[in-house]
Every structure is written in C-alpha cells, then in structure tokens.
Design a binder for this molecule. Structure first.
Ligand SMILES: Cc1cc2nc3c(=O)[nH]c(=O)nc-3n(C[C@H](O)[C@H](O)[C@H](O)COP(=O)(O)O)c2cc1C
Ligand SMILES: O=C(O)C(=O)c1ccccc1
Length: 332
C-alpha cells in the first residue's frame, strides 16, 4: 500500500493556528488521574451502551473526518467495514469521498454529519439522501462558521482533492458536485429548520460553553458532542475534557453528552465517562488505522480502545460505563 503523502498526512494531523488546542486536548487528559476503587468483584464487564435505539459494543464511536480515500483506496467504505466489525458506529462526514449509500451497504450503523448550507433546498436534499440511505441520526457541526487558517495546509498548498476524488454526497440534482460552504450567518433557528425537514435525532457537534448546552436543550436537540473539532477550528479553544464538566452540569441528564478530541487510550475513555460523557468519538486514530491497515486496521484500533477500556474499568472497580462517577478522577 502506498504511504500517506506528507501533504495528506499534514492535512489529517494538523490543526488551526499554532496548534495549541490540538495539543491541549491530549495534554488535558494527561493532567487527570484515576482514583480507583478495589475489591469490587466486577467479574465480566459489560461495555455496551444504547444511543437513540442503537446498541454499540462500547462507548467508543468513530468521529466524522473528511476525505478517507486520501488515506486508503476504499475510503469510507473500508472505515465502515472496520467499524462494524468492532461493533461500533460511524459518523459519516459530509466531506466523505464515498457515496453514503455505499457506506450504508456495509451494514455499519451510521450517523451523518452536516454543515448546514446557505442553500436550504440543497441542505434538505443532502439530508433526505442520507436519511434514505438509512442513517440513524444527524450530527450538525456548529463550530465552523468559517473555515479556520491551517498553516500546514497553506504551507503545503493543499487546496483540493486529487483528480477522480470528490465529496460524493454533495452532488446536486444535475450531478454537479458542489463545494462545502461554511456559513457565518447560522443562528439557533437552523435547529428548528432542520427539525422541520427530518425526523432523525439531531446531535449538535462542537459545543464547549454551558450556556450553549442549555440553549441546545431548549431547542429540542437529542444530544451534544463536546468538541473543538480536534483543534482544527478555534486555536485557543479550551480542551474538550476541561470543558466537559460544565456542559454536563448544564445539561443535567436531559440528553446524552458525547465528547471528542484527544482520546487515545482506554483510560481516556474511562475519564471522559467518569466526568459525565455517555460516549466518546475518535478522529485521527481511525484515520491512521485506515491508512495503515484498511478495514482490519480500523477494527483493530477500535478493538484496542475497547480492550483498554475494559481493563481500565476492571482496574478502577467498575463493571459498566454507568458505574463510572466523578469521584474516580482527580487532578494529576
Ligand atoms: C482530518 C480531519 C477531518 C475532519 N473532518 C471533519 C468533518 O468533515 N466534519 C466534522 O464535523 N468534523 C471533522 N473533523 C473533526 C472530528 O470530527 C473530531 O472532532 C476530531 O477529529 C476529534 O479529535 P481527535 O482527532 O483528536 O480524535 C475532522 C478532523 C480531522 C482530523
Ligand atoms: O478538515 C476538517 O476539519 C473539516 O471539517 C473539513 C470540512 C470540509 C472539507 C474538508 C475538511
């Protein structure tokens, strides 16, 4: 298999600005330690959780990331096969390089990530297509009113997909592929407009402020993802694991709160769950696994996180994700 080109590797690895938030996500996990309980007779752990009616093997999901065919010739179809083999769920990026119908044909449970477009009719057609393909939730990314400055991509002159690769889910009625527009005029009414065009659960991705979590609940969304886009949007944004407690408090159990950014090992999952997350998503680790080993690589990477979580649960004295509580973590 050809190696990832340095330009594409930088696209996947990089972040906005000076990459402080990118580094902060992992560094923040490194400043938290577990305070384990002992003699809890956990026996066999049960990692399964159910989100909007879909059961997954463990609370470790695949975050939406763009352009998987840059990492592997089978692109998002291979990612979905690997995700299904691990018993997990994949959020398909709106910038996927495979048609959502082909990804769905793997039988992997899918959610679809959306950047609401200024053209409301086009947005509705994209959502309708994903819904018809069988996706089970709509993940609306709200942290991207503009596309951030990413120095690595600028330096590398990375602007476009290579010939023959397109965002397959952005074809309009004529078959022309539209480009994704970021929309700095989006307000909370977009949630109400999406609610009117789809019956799918709506999950907002990119919440960091507790006041926005409260607004999201008021607008009737079904879930939240605490995310800073893996440090690719606002450089200087708070690390996600540091933002989580206030968001969880504001939500007060009314909705599931998920988290992504910097989750690299089973203990990171345990810490996020202890601080109130229902599940986590992983972005770059899945891309690297896809590039290195295709579907089997993705399966192994997710399995590795799940095995690590299982061991961490046993060692911290918990049998299920629901048993994880904030008293199990402390500052390093
Ligand atoms: C290469 C790459 C592409 C991404 N593309 C999208 C995208 O199309 N839509 C989106 O909502 N988030 C996108 N994200 C953000 C991820 O969904 C997620 O928030 C982030 O990767 C989590 O951090 P992690 O990579 O540290 O696990 C992208 C992230 C990366 C690394
Ligand atoms: O790179 C990203 O983070 C991202 O979200 C994106 C969105 C649209 C096209 C390409 C990438």
């Amino acid at each position: 298999m050809p190696d990832l080109s340095p330009v594409h590797r930088d696209f996947f690895a990089g972040g906005a600005g000076d990459e402080r938030t990118l580094r902060a996500n992992e560094a923040a996990f490194d400043r938290i330690r577990v305070v384990p309980r002992v003699l809890r007779a956990t026996g066999d752990r049960d990692l399964r959780i159910t989100l909007f009616g879909t059961e997954v093997a463990a609370p470790v999901l695949v975050a939406p990331t763009a352009f998987h065919r840059l990492a592997h010739p089978d692109g998002e179809v291979a990612t979905a096969r690997g995700t299904a083999a691990a018993g997990s769920l994949m959020v398909v990026s709106m910038a996927a390089t495979a048609p959502v119908e082909d990804i769905a044909a793997t039988d992997c449970p899918l959610w679809f990530q959306l950047y609401p477009q200024p053209d409301a009719a086009f947005t509705a057609s994209v959502v309708g297509r994903a819904e018809a393909a069988g996706v089970r939730a709509l993940v609306v990314t709200v942290d991207s009113p503009v596309f951030a400055h990413r120095p690595r991509d600028v330096r590398n002159g990375f602007l476009d997909l290579p010939a023959g690769m397109v965002c397959e889910n952005l074809r309009d009625g004529t078959g022309r592929v539209r480009s994704i527009a970021m929309d700095d005029r989006l307000g909370w009414d977009v949630v109400d407009r999406l609610r009117a065009i789809t019956g799918l659960p709506i999950v907002l991705k990119g919440i960091l402020h507790p006041a926005d979590a409260e607004l999201a609940v008021e607008h009737g969304v079904s879930g939240l993802i605490v995310s800073n886009h893996g440090g690719r949007q606002l450089d200087g944004a708070i690390a996600t694991i540091d933002a989580l407690p206030a968001v969880v408090k504001a939500v007060g159990g009314r909705l599931p709160v998920l988290l992504d950014g910097g989750v690299r090992r089973g203990v990171d999952v345990l810490v996020a769950l202890a601080l109130g997350a229902t599940a986590v998503l992983v972005g770059r680790p899945v891309v690297w696994a896809l590039a290195a080993g295709g579907a089997a690589g993705v399966r192994d990477a997710l399995d590795g996180l799940m095995v690590g979580l299982d061991a961490a649960l046993a060692l911290a004295g918990a049998r299920t994700p629901a048993e994880l509580t904030a008293d199990l973590v402390a500052a390093a």
